[in-house]
Write a protein that binds this ligand. Structure first.
Ligand code: AMP
Ligand code: MG
Length: 352
């Protein structure tokens, strides 16, 4: 049976670092323990990236497949040279513009990073976060910190401490509650090993952002086309992800067409005796009067949708919803990342 450990939960204002708590958390990291902390993307479950036994605890707490490598977090650009062979110019340029920030770079690793972290790949994923709590913890521990999202593998990533408590209570040493995360979706993962940067997972830093610095950038074909024969370059992308217990049906097309079809399907599914809910937006709420609806955010400000998306999915689960009818958004800018997560969370797409 899996060991149950005592989880200490502490609150911290991200704008007012409590160094007493950070010291305690850093001590846990240095002793090979596991600390959950907020970042600007989602909550991360962190351990010393140079300690395989500690890293193992992340995999077992999350139930994460061993072939899905972890992102290593650093607090200062210069630390990149300790972990990465010959840092390429493109990485320097991107870091100057977007670090600290929600951009993870895939680069050729040095041997100091073990096969456990990189799942046997010769590359590693590195990020320098904005979050002051994350930076304080990395600095105080003096270690690079491996930190995937702090959820049970497959479930929506946690964007507030209550989500972490739901998934990982008794499995980690400490949870630092720093309130809601800002972006709410995981970082952009971009492969910088070749001449042209390749986005393996869309996130807060968009294709347009990368093009503005490097002049060029591509998407990995696996995130453009949903075809099982195309194997994603990012091992994690092949797994089902971000899924609530409820079945998610995703509707694509013009907003009015989506709303009309969702209304029809709602009635039909409800008449079959199932508990159904609609994930709407500020602009469409009025179409669904009298129906069970959670508004995810405002279509004219996609950050409101990204920051709420995973919480909405979890909230439907808490309500006992069996089928979620989800609206799509335009796949521009942050919309690409939102649609990537919705695509993975859903088991059916209706194109109108
Ligand atoms: P998470 O830490 O849960 O946000 O997931 C990290 C993502 O980065 C997963 O999709 C991994 O597959 C991906 N990743 C980590 N390391 C590498 C790597 N060396 N090459 C390609 N993708 C990677
Ligand atoms: Mg994750």
């Amino acid at each position: 049976m899996e060991e149950i450990i005592k989880t200490k939960i502490v609150k911290m204002d991200p704008e007012n670092i409590d160094w007493h708590i950070i010291k305690e958390a850093a001590e846990i990291i240095n002793k090979g323990g596991v600390v959950v902390f907020p970042t600007e993307t989602v909550y991360g479950i962190g351990a010393d990236a140079l300690n395989d036994e500690a890293v193992d605890k992340i995999f077992s707490a999350k139930g994460r497949p061993q072939d899905n490598p972890l992102i290593v977090h650093i607090a200062d650009f210069d630390e990149l040279h300790d972990l990465i062979e010959d840092v390429p110019d493109n990485a320097v340029k991107l870091a100057e513009k977007y670090w600290p920030g929600p951009l993870t770079m895939i680069l050729y690793k040095k041997n100091i990073l073990s096969d456990k972290i990189t799942a046997g790949l010769d590359t590693a994923a590195i990020r320098l976060p904005v979050s002051k709590i994350a930076l304080a913890l990395i600095k105080e521990s003096g270690k690079p910190i491996a930190a995937p999202s702090a959820n049970i593998s497959g479930k929506p990533s946690p964007t507030e401490a209550s989500h972490v408590i739901e998934d990982l209570m008794g499995k980690v040493d400490m949870i630092i509650d720093g309130g809601s995360t800002e972006i709410g979706l995981e970082s952009t993962v971009a492969d910088i090993t070749g001449d042209v940067a390749v986005i393996l997972r869309p996130g807060g830093i968009t294709m347009e952002d990368i093009v503005s610095v490097l002049g060029d950038c591509k998407y990995d074909p696996a995130i453009i086309k949903c075809d099982e024969k195309i194997i994603p370059k990012s091992p994690g992308q092949k797994y089902r992800h971000y899924s609530p217990r409820a079945k998610v049906i995703l509707y694509k097309g013009k907003t009015e067409d989506i709303a009309r079809k969702i209304n029809e399907d709602y009635e039909k599914i409800q008449s079959e005796g199932k508990r159904v809910g609609i994930m709407s937006t500020v602009q469409t709420e009025n179409y669904y009067r009298g129906k069970v609806t959670i508004s995810c955010g405002d279509r004219t400000n996609l950050l409101t949708i990204s920051s709420n998306l995973f919480k909405c999915l979890r909230d439907f689960d808490h309500m006992g919803t069996e089928v979620i009818l989800a609206e799509s958004v335009d796949e521009e800018g942050l919309g690409k990342a939102i649609m990537n997560r919705l695509g993975k969370a859903s088991s059916e797409t209706i194109n109108l």
